[in-house]
Design a protein around this ligand. Structure first.
Ligand code: 5AD
Ligand code: SF4
Length: 478
């Protein structure tokens, strides 16, 4: 479950600098904090919640490390490499800490949860450790740390959804925003550390989600991405205020519809979908509303039924392929992407070939591809041996990447000559004479601004004339 800003929950650790522009008098804040976020989009969304909590306490955000009194690093544990990146960054903060007396460093997120107070002992440079469900206690913990104590709170919660907190949008393009709709995961995929670091699954109050999305739209945002480790298992039972008047529980399909109804001008995306949970109801709702984007991130993880069983994914290869068929039947133009793990425990050459063939079958537009990295405490670590040699994992991953490159290229070639409605996100990376935006299928589209009076957040029809493996290149059509 997110290296493009608009992509999903937890992909390859990605360095991101988050800041909130100062409002009003720069002296209004008693302290300045800096947050760097790694990992999935959920972490980026959480950093925005943390910023909001700190703002209320009179702390102002800065994007300038040197200026910060507090440095926070929101961490990811999904693969070993993600954790190594964070450790390296922490040693870089040491220098600053030596130069600036009283500066505090806090570790947030999944690594904080996984390593708990061990962090304080291991990494002498950390003052505050806070898990994903304890951000409300951050101001108190900062005070504790200021008084010289080591401050830790890694309690997980069955209820916390931060429903009432309005995130401070950090580093936002002002066009698209992420909205967290649930937290935690109950799935227990055997390779995955998330159920241990983010706790049990819980769904956020539907009215607070709608309020946040409406508020974003009123502020000029044109796209919301509903985030959760497994959005299709969203299930919210509103609390009944009167005896005998039970309210109807809200499913993900119902939530999607309610968000789509805010305005036809507001695009709705979501991530991540577990193949076992995405329902026909969700697919039909997507098909019914033009503003629900025709794009599904549907991680397969492996194409071998035997490996899928070891992974505890609860579906087979055939079942997954039938789900892809169903999506294409209901929405022939729907984009599909995937997450794939190479070299899980006991994976044979045959199993690997099954993964390649499921990729061909599904014709993914894009995939996030990894080799298996054993994580402490997971079911796989306890039950199986990580027995595929690293060179084999890397070679298989390379084959997966090469196949995906071909599939992405083929998928883009199919779009030549088509016209798409594109939401403009900003200047293209290469030139301020070009716009960059996305079509409904989440493909990046780059096109010349020409003399049209357009701006970020506008919709425009673009005809595709050329493509690379990652981008469609086009021309505005009237
Ligand atoms: N090793 C490699 N990849 C992993 N993922 C999750 N856990 C691991 C692991 N231990 C991948 C899965 C998941 C994505 C976000 O990260 O493909 O969908
Ligand atoms: Fe995603 Fe499975 Fe991990 Fe849950 S356990 S976060 S569904 S990979």
């Amino acid at each position: 479950m997110l290296d493009f800003v608009t992509d999903k929950t937890h992909n390859e650790a990605r360095q991101g600098e988050a800041y909130a522009p100062f409002s009003g008098d720069p002296n209004q804040y008693k302290k300045r904090f800096y947050i760097e976020s790694y990992g999935c989009q959920m972490n980026f969304a959480d950093s925005e919640i943390v910023a909001s909590i700190l703002n209320k306490e009179g702390f102002g955000a800065t994007r300038n490390l040197e200026e910060a009194d507090l440095i926070f690093i929101n961490t990811c544990s999904i693969r070993e490499k993600a954790e190594q990146t964070v450790r390296k960054r922490l040693t870089e903060f040491r220098k600053l800490k030596e130069q600036k007396k009283g500066m505090l460093v806090g570790v947030l997120g999944c690594m904080a949860e996984r390593l708990k107070s061990k962090f304080l002992e291991e990494e002498k440079l950390v003052d505050i450790v806070v898990g994903p469900d304890a951000y409300r206690t951050l101001p108190g913990l900062v005070e504790e740390a200021e008084s010289g104590q080591k401050a830790v709170n890694v309690l997980l919660s069955r209820e916390e959804t931060y429903a009432d907190i309005s995130p401070v949008r950090l580093d936002s393009n002002g066009v698209s925003a992420f909205v967290s709709i649930m937290r935690g995961c109950n799935n227990m995929c055997s390779f995955c550390v998330v159920p241990f670091t983010r706790g049990r699954e819980r769904s956020r109050d539907v009215s607070s989600i709608i309020r946040e999305c409406r508020d974003l739209f009123e502020k000029g945002f044109k796209e919301v991405t509903l985030l959760g480790q497994n959005v299709d298992s969203y299930y919210y039972t509103p609390e009944s205020t009167q005896i005998n008047s039970p309210e109807t529980p809200v499913t993900f399909a119902m939530l999607l519809e309610q968000v789509a109804l805010i305005s036809p001008e507001l695009r709705v995306r979501f991530s991540t979908s577990h193949p076992k949970d995405i329902t026909d109801d969700v697919l039909h709702t997507m098909a019914r509303y033009e503003n629900i984007c025709k794009y599904i991130h549907l991680p397969v993880q492996s194409g071998s039924s035997r490996i899928l069983q070891l992974m505890n994914r609860t579906y087979t290869r055939e079942w997954y392929m039938a789900k892809v068929d169903r999506i294409r039947q209901i929405m022939p133009d729907c984009g599909i992407s995937s997450d794939i793990i190479a070299g899980f425990c006991t994976e044979t050459e045959e199993d690997h070939k099954d993964t390649l063939s499921v990729m061909e079958y599904s014709r993914y537009d894009m995939s996030y591809m990894f080799f298996y990295s054993e994580r402490p405490g997971t079911l796989a670590e306890r039950r199986y041996t990580d027995d595929v040699p690293i060179e084999v994992k890397k070679r298989r991953l390379q084959e997966i990447v090469e196949l995906q490159n071909r599939l992405s290229q083929e998928s883009n070639k199919k779009d030549l000559g088509k016209t798409f409605k594109v939401l403009i996100e900003g200047d293209s990376k290469r030139s301020d004479k070009d716009w960059m935006g996305r079509n409904s299928q989440n493909k990046v589209v780059v096109f010349a601004k020409e003399n049209y009076a357009l701006k970020k957040g506008d919709y425009v029809n673009v005809k595709v004339e050329d493509c690379t493996q990652a981008t469609l290149l086009g021309k505005i059509v009237k």
